[in-house]
Design a protein around this ligand. Structure first.
Ligand code: SF4
Length: 447
């Protein structure tokens, strides 16, 4: 494939053939209306999502998600070269699903000081990382200036690396500890602007869990509720930062709760993209901004990118479904979701979130073999060559988790996909120089 073809997914897909084969092979006739809606690019409703969860025809569910994924991204599979820095596991909260947090005086508690964080950042940059993903617990004693100093020091030592840092829960915590008398949305905006000035490039999607008050009170009481999580991301988008959104599932929530979560995110993204979608002439069902329809419904750009005409700020670029791992948490008696449930849930995320460009299969929590399968069930992104991921220890494994670029590329190729390195905001990355550690981002073409 030529680079030009790689930049234009529509040139190497044949979605109509896929729709035809889906219609022919359907084993559950109840899915027929859903297939027609997806074929026409119409928004799926909650009852459609319910049916996608109920049906035994998992092949059809995955096939529909694959159709949508190929409309958006053709056979490209994105990955990035990144490093995670979990600066401290000391946390004032005690979410029952969390095996990461410690009290400050508890065995296993740690805090990385700024020189150590900078050292890690420089080592990562020297190894060719394009992104640092920086999150931690809600530390009860560190002042706001510490976090600004951390970002500034990294920015100075590793200026090219994108800093994706602090979940919405941490941002609200930072607003509280900033002690600058700034409350409400104005305070939130000021805190985010301070962080951006210090080097913050985007927000990760963590801390969303599942948007439901019952689930919140049962599994992560004390954490911010949905409205506050959404407010943080809304303000971040307004000041021009992109962000992601997660859904942590497979604990005390129900499938209905997951559908609620996806609907809430979809509504928020509709609002965020409304102006841009109108400028693009994207066909709309009422207020719905549906990006996943067939090519003829998208006369101009299908996917937004930072700085696109009509788009003043940021938006949710990726949904990341995260299966719950019970080991080491207060919910250790629960079984956690099965492989088939992981496959189905990711496919449903792709189908219901018709206005979010990317779906990530986060291999650390899904495992790389499952992530490879999910590339054919709606995922277009494998995340990165993560090192030092402390938040979840899969099967009690060591915290040092890494796959090489070759592993990720092979996983994509084995599934018939074309691996493409991306930066944090999904521009293609071009490597050059004798070692391949030097890189530059290439501005996206309209797609
Ligand atoms: S999930 Fe986050 S906020 Fe909750 S206990 Fe763990 S580190 Fe703290």
């Amino acid at each position: 494939m030529t680079p030009a073809a790689a930049a234009d997914p529509a040139r190497h897909t044949a979605p109509s053939a896929t729709v035809k084969s889906l219609r022919t092979r359907l084993r559950d006739p109840r899915l027929r209306p859903v297939v027609e809606k997806v074929a026409e690019g119409r928004r799926l409703l909650r009852e459609d999502g319910r049916l996608l969860y109920e049906t035994t025809d998992l092949h059809a569910v995955c096939g529909l998600a694959d159709l949508v994924r190929r409309r958006l991204h053709g056979d490209l599979a994105f990955y990035n070269v990144n490093r995670h820095i979990n600066y401290s596991n000391v946390c004032a909260l005690r979410c029952s699903f969390c095996a990461f947090r410690r009290r400050r005086d508890e065995e296993g508690a740690y805090e990385m000081d700024i020189p150590r964080i900078v050292e890690e950042a420089v080592r990562s940059a020297d190894a060719g990382a394009t992104e640092l993903h920086i999150v931690g617990g809600l530390h009860p004693y560190l002042p706001f200036d510490h976090y600004l100093g951390m970002l500034r020091a990294i920015r100075e030592a590793a200026p090219q690396v994108h800093l994706k840092a602090f979940t919405a829960v941490e941002i609200v915590h930072l607003q509280r500890v900033s002690k600058r008398g700034r409350e409400g949305e104005a305070g939130l905006r000021a805190v985010l602007e301070d962080l951006r000035a210090a080097g913050l490039g985007s927000l990760p999607g963590g801390g969303a869990e599942v948007f439901d008050d019952r689930v919140h009170d049962a599994a992560f009481k004390g954490k911010i509720r949905a409205e506050q999580w959404l407010e943080v991301h809304r303000v971040a988008h307004e000041i021009g930062l992109n962000s992601n959104a997660t859904m942590l599932y497979g604990h005390v929530e129900t499938r209905e709760d997951r559908l609620t979560h996806l609907e809430v995110l979809r509504r928020e993204q509709d609002r965020t993209l409304a102006g841009w979608a109108a400028a693009q002439g994207i066909a709309r069902d009422g207020d719905a901004v549906v990006l996943t329809g067939p090519a003829e419904r998208h006369p101009r750009a299908r996917l937004p990118h930072p700085g696109a005409a009509g788009l003043d700020g940021g938006y949710f670029q990726t949904i990341i479904p995260l299966p719950f791992f019970p080991d080491g948490s207060d919910l250790g008696h629960l079984p956690g979701p099965s492989g088939l449930e992981n496959l189905r849930t990711l496919a449903i995320c792709r189908l219901m979130l018709d206005n979010v460009p990317h779906v990530k299969s986060f291999w650390i929590m899904q495992t790389l073999p499952m992530a490879q399968l999910q590339l054919a069930a709606g995922a277009d992104d494998l995340d990165g060559t993560v090192v030092w991921y402390d938040i979840t220890h899969v099967g009690g494994a060591s915290t040092h988790q890494e796959v090489g670029v070759d592993d990720l590329r092979r996983a994509a190729r084995e599934g018939g996909f074309i691996p493409v390195e991306r930066d944090t905001i999904y521009r293609r990355v071009e490597r050059f120089g004798p070692t391949g550690r030097d890189w530059r981002s290439i501005e996206p073409t309209a797609s």
